[in-house]
Design a protein around this ligand. Structure first.
Ligand SMILES: NC(=O)c1ccc[n+]([C@@H]2O[C@H](COP(=O)([O-])OP(=O)(O)OC[C@H]3O[C@@H](n4cnc5c(N)ncnc54)[C@H](O)[C@@H]3O)[C@@H](O)[C@H]2O)c1
Ligand SMILES: O=c1ccn([C@@H]2O[C@H](COP(=O)(O)OP(=O)(O)O[C@H]3O[C@H](CO)[C@@H](O)[C@H](O)[C@H]3O)[C@@H](O)[C@H]2O)c(=O)[nH]1
Length: 433
């Protein structure tokens, strides 16, 4: 099939590349000329594991192309995916200006039947709005489908190629059949394509993200309580997670959830509830607890240094909001850095992929190390913000030789407490004494 993807960011580029991988002819559109220029020159503009192999293979096969022209995109695709940003607006709602702006342009430029597929995460009722905006400008027939995306950064290619489910929200048989045909190669293992109405599809995405954010937040509260009563949250986590009704995943406590999705999506669902006179009390608590959790290490650090942080040399391992990505949107590391800088600490950080993005955001307010050991030279303490695999088995002897003071504040519970203590380090983590 000829497919167009409008918006070539994390979701759009992964979608376009993975759709090309099963033989479709894909044209990726973006208004960012620099991004399109880079991709035309064979450069993947984001770090996402395994994406580059598929990207280059499909460009070579001429199944993956790029353009800044929406008109070209509309001429090319039978199906037009919208993978546009839906950032947090000032009041917490999802800002639909990108989605509705492109819908307006589609309405003005459409010349024959198209299926417009919304892959962005959007509030209930957006498909109706998109339909109305397009329909205002044209009499040409079209269908709008809600097809939320569930990929995780760092696993995006795998999640797209082998999805646990595909959700299609539509009332048009014609569109549903076409979408099922497009996705058939991705569900050969028997995972379902779930068809429902547009509103339910839109809410499915928010409900899934809000539930996962709540699950993490619940564990963070259990962890905080563990610290007060002397229990070990890792033992509690395993004890709970082996109950198949609870499940082992997304029970890891830490310094809160970040990223481009959970924070904004929880707030957007909360705001949508308010707009419909429904008070999502649980989401209110999730937002509040998560914000505080991002700084959960700070009192421990202050306490350790007797409230005199000025001029302390702090090393940070991990800046991305999670491992295997260069994405720093809503990353807990940034909040911690901010707090430490306000207390006049000197910070040296290392992250395998995210340092360029942090440098773009905060410049030389902190120093950037060449590797994880370079970061800890003369440090008074090491803080771990992201659980990159390379941080999991450090050479403690080497650390000892490099650090001025052997203390670790671990925001991701990477090590067994006794193992670190046996190495003669002082060790503070989340929910364990
Ligand atoms: N990042 C994720 O892991 C993820 C996963 C599932 C769903 N989502 C949702 O998918 C949507 C996109 O997220 P993302 O992370 O890919 O965003 P992104 O910011 O990485 O990418 C969006 C792209 O759209 C482009 N764009 C903006 N206006 C445009 C226009 N008028 N025409 C063409 N291109 C335009 C931007 O230049 C950018 O490249 C959001 O609604 C998000 O909530 C994201
Ligand atoms: O047990 C856990 C699991 C995750 N996290 C944190 O939660 C955040 C989000 O992690 P994850 O869900 O793995 O990453 P995302 O790429 O943000 O993916 C989420 O957001 C996407 C965008 O909507 C959805 O498509 C995915 O299904 C959903 O998992 C990160 O800060 C993690 O550190 C924890 O603190 N504890």
């Amino acid at each position: 099939m000829n497919i167009t993807v409008v918006g070539s960011g994390y979701v759009g580029l992964v979608t376009g590349t993975c759709l090309a991988e099963t033989g479709n002819n894909v044209l990726c559109i973006d208004i960012d000329e620099n991004k399109i220029h880079k991709m035309k020159n064979g450069e993947v503009p984001i770090y996402e594991p395994h994406l580059d192999i598929l990207f280059h293979r499909n460009i070579k096969a001429n199944r993956l192309n790029f353009s800044t022209s929406l008109q070209e995109g509309l001429d090319h695709g039978e199906i037009i995916f919208l993978a546009l940003p839906t950032p947090e607006d000032e009041d917490g709602s999802a800002d639909l200006k990108y989605v509705l702006g492109v819908a307006e342009d589609i309405g003005k430029k459409i010349t024959e039947y198209k299926i417009i597929v919304d892959k962005s995460t959007v509030p209930v009722g957006t498909a109706e709005k998109v339909e109305a905006v397009i329909g205002k400008h044209t009499n040409i027939e079209f269908d709008v489908v809600s097809n939320p995306e569930f990929l995780r950064e760092g696993f995006a290619v795998d999640d797209f190629l082998k999805p646990e489910r595909i959700v299609i929200g539509s009332s048009s048989e014609r569109a549903i059949e076409k979408m099922k045909k497009l996705y058939k190669p991705y569900v050969r293992s028997g995972n379902p394509i779930i068809v429902m109405d547009e509103k339910s599809a839109e809410l499915t995405k928010y409900a899934a993200n809000a539930f996962l954010a709540t699950k993490i937040t619940f564990m963070n509260e259990i962890a905080n309580y563990c610290e007060r009563v002397g229990a070990d949250v890792d033992k509690v986590r395993i004890g709970m997670g082996t109950d198949s009704r609870i499940g082992k995943r997304f029970l890891f406590p830490g310094i809160g959830y970040g990223g481009s999705c959970f924070p904004k999506d929880v707030k957007a669902l909360h705001k949508s509830g308010k707009d419909s006179n429904y008070d999502f009390k649980i989401l209110d608590a999730v937002i509040d607890v998560n914000q505080k959790q991002k700084l959960a290490l700070i009192p421990k650090i202050e306490n350790y240094f007797n409230n005199s942080l000025s001029d302390k040399k702090i090393a940070i391992w991990g800046l991305a909001f999670k491992p295997e990505t260069d994405d720093i949107r809503e990353a807990p590391s940034l909040e911690i850095i901010n707090e430490l800088l306000e207390n006049n600490c000197k910070i040296t950080a290392f992250d395998p992929e995210a340092m360029p993005n942090v440098e773009k955001k905060i410049g030389n307010k902190i120093a950037y190390a060449n590797d994880m050991y370079d970061a800890v030279k003369d440090a008074d303490a090491l803080i771990i913000c992201t659980e990159w695999s390379i941080f999991r088995t450090p050479n403690f002897d080497k650390l000892k030789g490099l650090m001025a003071n052997q203390t670790i504040f671990d925001g991701r519970n990477l090590y067994e407490v006794n193992d670190v203590l046996a190495e003669n380090f002082e060790y503070f983590s989340i929910g364990r004494l």
